[in-house]
Design a protein around this ligand. Sequence first.
Ligand code: FAD
Ligand code: FES
Length: 506
Amino acid sequence: MSSRTESLWHATHQLRSFTPLSGNHETDIAIVGGGITGLTAAVILSRAGQRVTILERDRIGSGETGNTTSHLTEAVDGRYQRIAKDFGSDGARLVARASREAIDWIERSICGGVQCGFQRLPGYLYTEREWDLEWLADELDAARTAGCDVVWDDHPPTPFPTRGAIRWNNQGQVHATAYLEALVDQALATGVRICDATRVVGVHDDEPCRVETTAGTVRANHVFVAANVPVNNRVLLHTKLAAYRSYAIAAAIDPPEVSGLLWDTDNPYHYTRWQRLGGQTYLIVGGEDHKTGEEVETEACYDRLLTYARQRYGISEVAFRWSGQIIEPADGLPFIGLNAMSQRVYVATGYSGNGMTFGTSAGMIVSDQILGKPNPYAELFDATRIKLLASAYDYVKENIQVAVHLITNRLTSIDVEDQPIQALRPGDGGIFESDEGKVAVCRDATGVIHACSAVCTHLGCDVGWNEAEQTWDCPCHGSRFSPDGAVLNGPAVGDLRRIPVTTLAR
Ligand SMILES: Cc1cc2nc3c(=O)[nH]c(=O)nc-3n(C[C@H](O)[C@H](O)[C@H](O)COP(=O)(O)OP(=O)(O)OC[C@H]3O[C@@H](n4cnc5c(N)ncnc54)[C@H](O)[C@@H]3O)c2cc1C
Ligand code: FES
C-alpha cells in the first residue's frame, strides 16, 4: 500500500489559500475554524448582513472536512433506538429532521448549479450476521418512528451476500473540498474575510469578545469556535468527548450497477460509497476506528481496511489513503450552542461520524442564536447539558481512561534509555527519558531527528508516536502534533516544547 496519506478530496480538488491576519482587527462575528461548520455559519451570518471573519489555523479544509468520506445521512451513529431511549421520541424526531434539513440546505443553498458532486441516493445499514437481525429490525422501527423514510431491503447493493438492510431513501453525498470551495465562494461574495495561518490561542468572553491569535487580536461581538474540538474550554466540555481516529482508502474501480451509501453492523463499523470523478469511479471504504493515541500499530489499521475491501469488493490497488479525527460525544448527540458560563462565545463539537450534516446543522443553529432567532434544535443539542442518565456509563468510562493516562504518565517510565537516539530509523519515534524529563524523539522521512517535550500542552498527558501518520498523538483528548511538535489537532493550542537534540544525544 502507498505510504503517502492524502484524502481523495484534497488530491482531486485544491482549495485556494488566504493571507494570514496581520495586526489587530474588529468584526461582528469571529469564527474559529474553516471547515464545514465555520463556513456554513459564515455564509448564513454574512447573508444576514453581519461582518464575519474566519480565523483558520492552517488552511481552509485542512481539518476533518478534508478527511471525511462525505456521506450525508439521517442514519446517525447515535442510533435511533438509543436516542429515543435517552432523549425521548421527540428528541429522535428532531435529530432526523435536523439531519434531513442539513442535506436539503447543502443541496439547495449551496450546490444548486455548482459542480460539487452532490448526488441524492439511498443509504443502507446492512448486516452480514444473523445475530444482528433483531437489533436491525428494532432500529428500523425506531428510525420510522423518528420520521425517517425507511424500508426493509433484502438486497442492498453490495457485491457480497448480506442478511438484509434498512434502506434510508433520499440521502446524499458530495465531494468534500469542492463543496467547501462552493461555501468559500458564497462567503467571499457576501464579504466574509478569511485568514489562513492564523492560530487562535485564547478566547475571552468580554464585551466585545477578544480573540487572541498568533497574528494579532480580534475584537468581535460574538465568537463561534468551530474548530471541531473546543479550543477555549479548558476542561468541562472535554470530559464529555472522546477523540477517535478513523481510516479511509479509495481505489479506482469499475462503476457499480447500483450505487448507495453503505454501513455494516460491525463494531467499529465499515462505511462505503462510490464517487465518480473525471470519468473514473472510486470505491471509498472507511473504518477501523480506535481511540486516538491508543493504537500502537497504526499501519495495521490500513492493512485491515485493505483486507476488508479486497475480500468484499475485489480491489487490487489503493489510490489514496488517509485518516482523521472523529469526536464522540458521551451521550450520543453533538454539543452545539453557547459555551458554559459564556454570553457570547459559542461552540460546536461531538458530531461522531455525522459531522457533514451535524456541522451544517451547527452552522444553522448557532447563526440563529447569534441573530436572536428561535431555533427548534437549540435545546436538544445544548452544549452545556450534562445528561448523566443517558451518558453516565460512557462519561465515566472515558474519564476514568483519561485519569489513568494522567496518573500512569506521571508514575511509569517508558524507559528506552538504553537505546541510542541515533539508532532511530526514518519514520520511527519513541519516548526517551532524559534530564529534560520525558522527551518525544523521532526521525522524519528525510532522516532529520526532532525532539520535543512529551507532555501535551493541553492538560499534560504524555503523547505517543503514530507511525502511519507520523504524528505525536495524545490519548487523553486527542490533540496531535507534527514530528517537530507543531499542533495539528486541538484541543491543545500550543506546540510541544522543542528540545535541542544535541542536549540528548550521548
Ligand atoms: C475518516 C473520516 C470519515 C468521515 N466520514 C463522514 C461521513 O461520511 N459523513 C459525515 O457526516 N461525517 C463524516 N466524518 C466527520 C466529519 O467529516 C467531521 O465531523 C466534520 O468535517 C467536522 O467539520 P468541522 O468544520 O466541525 O471541523 P474541521 O473540518 O476539522 O474544521 C475545523 C477547522 O478549525 C481549525 N482550527 C483548529 N484549531 C484552531 C485554532 N486554535 N485556531 C484556528 N483554527 C483552528 C482547523 O485547522 C480546521 O480547519 C468523517 C470524519 C473522518 C475523519
Ligand atoms: S491532555 Fe488533553 S489532549 Fe492532551
